[in-house]
Design a protein around this ligand. Structure first.
Ligand SMILES: [Zn+2]
Ligand SMILES: [Zn+2]
Length: 233
């Protein structure tokens, strides 16, 4: 019998209820209680819709987005919201594996069908990256890339200015806040189809402007996936 010391000293814990889990990323009870996004959803942003007769949410009817479409795994609320908070601010990096695996489980086949050349996580500004020590979205993206056998490029896109934390801003401020935030740092972008990954979809402004920057550099199409998504804004 081999003893895994790491597992004894740092046993894996359920990202939701914190109980110790073995050979799985989440405990059975919490898995059953998750609020996973189900149809009907907006065909553009993946946000849950109230009526099956609608194709688009009100936001996508009023604002055009540069990305082809977004899909999300979880509703951004309750326990999932806490697990995301822990990943970002409480150094619970193992939650990234749970979120990455959730994307692979729900959208793996869909992503493979898109013919994606590379997965790119939404970057943090380097000041924030230095403070936090890691980019939570890059961690999630790496698990998705490994799970699906698609390369991940964490260097392609950079965040130019230190944008104020989106959560303190209203919708209009959020959009202006990220308008010129992204910059491509490769002279010759050779990708045609990119999958952008972000942690939370709120207004879609972040993904919209990151997509625009990539397309300015010659990228053909950008699809996006987020771990969580809100309802209406
Ligand atoms: Zn649990
Ligand atoms: Zn929408």
């Amino acid at each position: 019998m081999t003893i895994n010391l790491t597992e004894i000293l740092y046993p894996r814990r359920c990202p939701i209820c914190n109980s110790i889990v073995k050979k799985r990323l989440i405990c059975k009870e919490c898995l059953d209680s998750l609020d996973i996004i189900k149809p009907p959803v907006c065909i553009k942003c993946g946000k849950k819709l109230d009526s099956e007769r609608d194709y688009y949410c009100s936001d996508c009817r009023s604002f055009e987005k540069a990305f082809v479409e977004n899909r999300a795994v979880f509703a951004y609320k309750g326990e999932i919201r806490n697990a995301m908070y822990d990943l970002k601010y409480a150094n619970r990096r193992e939650n990234a594996e749970f979120f990455g695996e959730a994307i692979v489980q729900k959208y793996g086949r869909y992503i493979k069908g898109l013919g994606i050349d590379v997965i790119v996580p939404i970057p943090l500004h380097k000041k924030r990256l230095r403070k936090r020590g890691y980019n939570q979205t890059a961690l999630v993206a790496k698990y998705v890339g490994t799970g699906l056998g698609i390369p991940v490029n964490t260097e392609l896109l950079a965040r130019e200015q230190s944008t104020r934390a989106q959560k303190y801003l209203n919708n209009r401020e959020r959009k202006n806040n990220v308008k010129s935030a992204f910059k491509v740092y490769e002279n010759d972008v050779k990708y045609d189809r990119i999958l952008l990954i972000d942690d939370i979809y709120t207004t879609g402004a972040t993904l919209h402007y990151a997509t625009k920057e990539l397309m300015n550099e010659g990228v053909g199409a950008v699809y996006t996936i987020t771990v969580c998504i809100g309802r209406g804004y």
